[in-house]
Design a protein around this ligand. Structure first.
Ligand code: TXE
Length: 505
């Protein structure tokens, strides 16, 4: 990775088990955010390719081997996927870094952990079962079948491309669904490599997993409106999520959305100070703040505010900016040019609103370790929760510090926001930990830790942070639907003009 080849690498996309170009023959470039240079060419799919992919996924679902395969056999395929990811984790991480500029240490940790999603859902594949249900009609035998929903469309973002794909793909395949994936136009390469090194080798029938690379409006919209698609799973920005939800609703597709956040990271004066300082840094400067769960609102109890800020600034100042492919780098570039502009514009907004910049506050120069799209770790104090910098998602290394008096005040500020993805609490009081966990309106609450994830724990948002949950046993339900079967073993007849209820005959 450190010697970056200058020749553009050309990728093909993967539809119906075959490698192909877009029907139009068009391609677009993908860029290395550290250097700003293009490094690969990706097929620019449009409606024609989406049609091909959705029809292939439909054939594989309707007539193909995948849903007809036994659940045990499908579970085995998922275990093969997991083993192949283990073999190629390092390489896949390097491709992710090249495309999204996140740290190799972070991306390698993600790709090494990804197999666990496939192992976990492989274990659940043969535990998908219906039920025999008693009804109050004599001679009836009733049961419930749990069936896959059908063709699923995944729209994924650029910040953790493969991990967020795995969160969707593992339960969908375990359920017996077929899928069409549209990765972000900024980070398509890692998914195409994943298709080649993992999916193509895992013994999955053609058409079960397809990829359409391209832009949101041109590729994403035909996909989320396609008549063959039964379910849309989206991760991305809240505005795009709302659009996807509206489009999908027109044809009554099932939808799950994992959207943005503005998560409160709440520090009480009874915390272990050094742990909380490290947790605050991890909440906002890890992943250059480009994570939906960023602890971008740091709520500090008044009594420790000044001491905490001093320690936090001291620690954040030592963050090493630089080449994300080097293991020693701690803060990398912002991934995309529009995102870079957005982060800088929010720094201006915060200054204009009267917040006090106590660290950073602009682009990082080459001397400071910066490359093409670098923003210095930035901390604002004196933030009021009503300010835009406190209410809107920046998705960058910009922290807003807000003071609070007591538990009640902390809860009021924390919940006074449109989002509800995650929250952090730093305290040594068990009582306070449970009280806060119960009262915070967020899909995840971390106490004395931050940014911990596991395939076994449901993940998703309250309010504008999303719909539905990924991960955990319940995530598989998003890819299944129930069918009620009534078998009458008794006599027919009865009054044909009234509904057959317990009291009618
Ligand atoms: O994401 P988009 P963008 C937030 C973050 C960021 C903002 C915008 O605040 O600043 O979103 O980022 C596809 N129909 N998050 O613009 O647009 C698109 O091609 C169908 C939070 O990069 O949401 C990509 O594949 N699809 C987040 C995916 O949607 C469409 C991660 C996400 O892109 C589409 C990323 C359309 N009309 C950004 N328009 C998180 N929750 O982690 C776009 N897409």
């Amino acid at each position: 990775m450190q010697d970056r080849p200058t020749k553009l690498k050309e990728y093909k996309t993967y539809i119906d088990g075959k490698w192909c170009d877009a029907a139009s023959g068009k391609k677009f470039q993908t860029f290395d955010p550290y250097t700003g240079e293009p490094w690969a060419l990706i097929p620019e799919c449009d409606k024609a390719d989406v049609d091909r992919a959705c029809e292939a996924a439909w054939r594989a679902f309707d007539k193909g081997q995948w849903p007809a395969m036994t659940q045990t056999a499908r579970g085995k395929v998922l275990r093969r996927i997991a083993a192949l990811i283990e073999q190629h984790a390092e390489h896949l991480a390097q491709i992710e870094v090249r495309d999204n500029g996140k740290l190799i240490s972070e991306m390698a940790a993600q790709t090494k952990y990804m197999p666990e999603w496939f192992y976990y859902y492989s274990g659940l594949a043969d535990k998908i079962q219906g039920a025999v249900v008693p009804v109050d009609r004599p001679d009836h035998f009733n049961y419930i079948l749990r069936e896959p929903v059908g063709v699923c469309a995944f729209i994924t973002p650029w910040n953790s491309p493969l991990m967020l794909t795995s969160w969707k793909l593992a339960p969908a395949l375990a359920a017996g669904c077929t899928v069409v994936i549209k990765p972000s136009e900024f980070t398509s390469a890692s998914l195409l490599e994943f298709m080649e090194l993992v999916i193509d080798k895992a013994g999955i029938p053609p058409g079960v997993v397809n990829v359409v690379t391209g832009y949101g409006a041109v590729t994403g919209e035909p996909l989320v409106t396609h008549p063959r698609v039964a379910k849309v799973a989206f991760t991305g920005g809240t505005a795009t999520g709302a659009r996807v939800n509206e489009l999908a609703a027109r044809t009554f597709k099932k939808v799950s959305l994992e959207l943005g956040g503005k998560s409160p990271n709440i520090v009480f004066d009874d915390c272990i100070l050094d742990d909380a300082v490290s947790g605050a840094v991890s909440g906002i400067f890890a992943a250059t703040g480009q994570t939906c769960i960023a602890g971008s609102r740091l709520l500090l109890q008044e009594s420790i505010h000044d001491r905490f800020v001093e320690k936090l600034v001291a620690m954040a100042k030592t963050a090493r900016l630089g080449d994300p492919s080097k293991p020693e780098t701690q803060v990398g570039p912002v991934t995309t040019p529009p995102q870079y502009q957005k982060v800088l514009s929010y720094i201006d907004i915060a200054k204009g609103e009267g917040a006090k910049c106590v660290l950073g506050g602009g682009p990082a120069t080459k001397d400071e370790g910066g490359g093409k799209y670098f923003v210095k770790p930035t901390i604002f104090t004196g933030v009021d929760n009503k300010m835009r910098i406190a209410q809107e998602e920046v998705f960058g290394p910009v922290l807003s510090i807000i003071k609070f008096r007591d538990e009640e005040h902390a809860i009021e500020i924390a919940n006074d926001i449109a989002y509800g993805l995650a929250a952090g609490v730093w305290t040594q009081s068990v009582k306070r930990a449970h009280t806060m966990a119960a009262r915070l309106r967020a899909g995840t609450v971390w106490v004395n830790t931050y940014r911990a994830v596991s395939m076994t724990m449901p993940f998703g948002g309250y309010k504008a942070s999303g719909l539905g949950r990924e991960n955990g046993a319940e995530a598989i339900d998003a890819y299944l639907q129930s069918k009620s079967v009534w078998i009458n073993n008794g006599p027919g007849g009865g009054n044909p003009f009234i509904m057959k209820t317990a009291s009618s005959s």
